[in-house]
Design a protein around this ligand. Structure first.
Ligand code: ADP
Ligand code: MG
Length: 427
């Protein structure tokens, strides 16, 4: 197959890497890619939101399968654009991608399909939001309806925080159109977990479990980020995966089909494990980043073939096989992340890290400067992954790789996997 990967982050670098290991894949293009992806694929200078140019390029290159990394092109309707031209694409149509693109749609979908989730109200004005909070009670969670780059959720623990949150939505209007409708949701207590499957619209295959780290600082302190690390497998109570499949995944895939929004692609379920059982926090319509970096390194099957089958509505396998190894992923971020980041710091040592047998480095916010040097060019710069016989090995291999790589302002968490290791040790 000739394949095209859309996106430019470490997740897309990991997808390209998994396609390279796929016997069914002969050629890989990427748009727009990054310097790391350019070493493994032919990159095209087309941005992820330029749907007509992406479709034109896929047609010209006679691409057999296009794989979409990020949510934006899916929400914009790249699935519809490609389907309209009879071209195969792995990812949901814009109708199906509403599960991620509208938190109000997702909530109402859960309620009408008996999928367990927190109580919520939809508000269209400050007064409605205040009334909704009076009904739901404090603490409450306020969510912008539309895509907000992972920054559209505010948690109000008391009246003061609520007034601030309401000002963000209705005075500052920080989220613009995406924040015109606000979902006011009950605050759920428990541990967070995500769960991903690949669906062909009717059948689905679970991906390996993973754990991700969203906060900037060790010990889950500091601001939220796009993700500072991950590991796979996650340490889960036995039977939990099955429970999530039966109570959430199966009714979601079936409900979407019944509502005429057949869901083909990755379904990512964000959950809170409450005392009453798992509750849906949100859906995403693509692989998690940095979860994908850890998960895909463990995949033994032909990834390209599985995505082709899913795109065709024709998944032939009931399960994937996974290396009986662990993978840990540590994200190296630029100076200032997740605030305003500095660009142009020279990166060295990636080749050195790659001489280590179980280390893989995926690139994200990187660029070549006018002298051809690799430099920082975004918040999350690299994902350094280590494989090992168990989680402890994987973590120490990943951090050994991290030690080899240098750039001014390099920031990362030093405790990826520590909570899971403590749990394994304590059980
Ligand atoms: N009802 C809730 N109760 C408690 N925490 C929540 C709730 N909803 C969201 N959160 C927290 O906010 C984070 C972001 O919310 P989420 O719905 O995943 O939106 P997004 O990923 O688009 O920002 C979650 O990962 C979770 O930590
Ligand atoms: Mg989320």
């Amino acid at each position: 197959m000739r394949t095209l990967v859309i996106g430019s982050g470490a997740r897309e670098h990991a997808i390209v890497h998994a396609l390279r290991r796929s016997p069914s894949v002969r050629e890989i293009y990427a748009a727009p890619g990054n310097p790391g992806i350019a070493e493994a694929a032919d990159v095209l200078p087309i941005s992820v939101d330029d749907l007509p140019s992406l479709a034109e390029a896929a047609a010209d290159l006679r691409i057999d399968l296009t794989v979409v990394g990020p949510e934006l092109p899916l929400a914009l309707g790249i699935g519809d654009t490609f389907a309209g031209r009879g071209m195969r694409l792995f990812g949901p149509t814009s109708h199906a991608a509403q599960l991620e693109a509208s938190k109000v749609f997702a909530k109402e979908f859960c309620l009408r399909n008996d999928i367990p989730t927190g109580r919520a109200r939809v508000a269209r004005s400050r007064d409605e939001a205040a009334a909704a909070v009076r009904e739901i009670g404090l603490p409450a969670v306020l969510k912008a309806d539309g895509l907000a780059g992972g920054k559209g959720v505010l948690i109000a623990s008391d009246q003061e925080a609520l007034d601030e949150a309401l000002a963000v939505f209705y005075e500052e209007r920080r989220f613009g159109e995406a924040g015109e409708k606000v979902l006011v949701e009950e605050f759920l207590e428990g541990e967070e977990l995500s769960f991903m499957v690949i669906s062909d619209g009717r059948r689905f295959v679970p991906l390996a479990t993973s754990h991700d780290y969203k906060r900037a600082l060790d010990g889950d302190q500091g601001p939220n980020t796009g993700g500072m690390g991950s590991h796979s497998p996650a340490v889960l109570a036995s039977g939990l995966g099955r429970e999530i499949i039966e109570s959430v995944v199966r009714p979601t895939i079936a409900g979407m089909e019944a509502e005429g929004r057949t869901y083909r692609g990755v379904l990512y379920v964000g959950l809170m494990l409450t005392a009453e059982g798992p509750r849906v926090l949100e859906f995403n319509c693509r692989l998690g980043d940095p979860e994908a970096q850890s998960i895909l390194l463990r995949l033994e099957d032909d990834f390209g073939l599985a995505l082709k089958e899913a795109a065709d509505g024709n998944l032939s396998r009931g399960a994937f096989s996974w290396r009986r190894e662990a993978v840990a992923c540590v994200v190296l971020a630029a100076h200032g992340y997740p605030g305003k980041v500095r660009r142009g710091d020279v990166i060295t040592g990636i080749d050195d890290a790659l001489t280590m047998p179980r280390v893989t480095v995926y690139q994200a916010g990187t660029a070549r400067d006018d002298q051809g040097r690799l430099v920082t060019a975004g918040g999350r710069v690299l994902s350094v992954c280590g494989r090992g016989a168990n989680l402890a090995d994987a973590v120490s291999t990943a951090y050994a790789g991290v030690e080899r790589i240098h750039f001014e302002g390099k920031t990362y968490r030093t405790d990826i996997g520590a909570d899971s290791l403590a749990r394994l040790g304590g059980s």
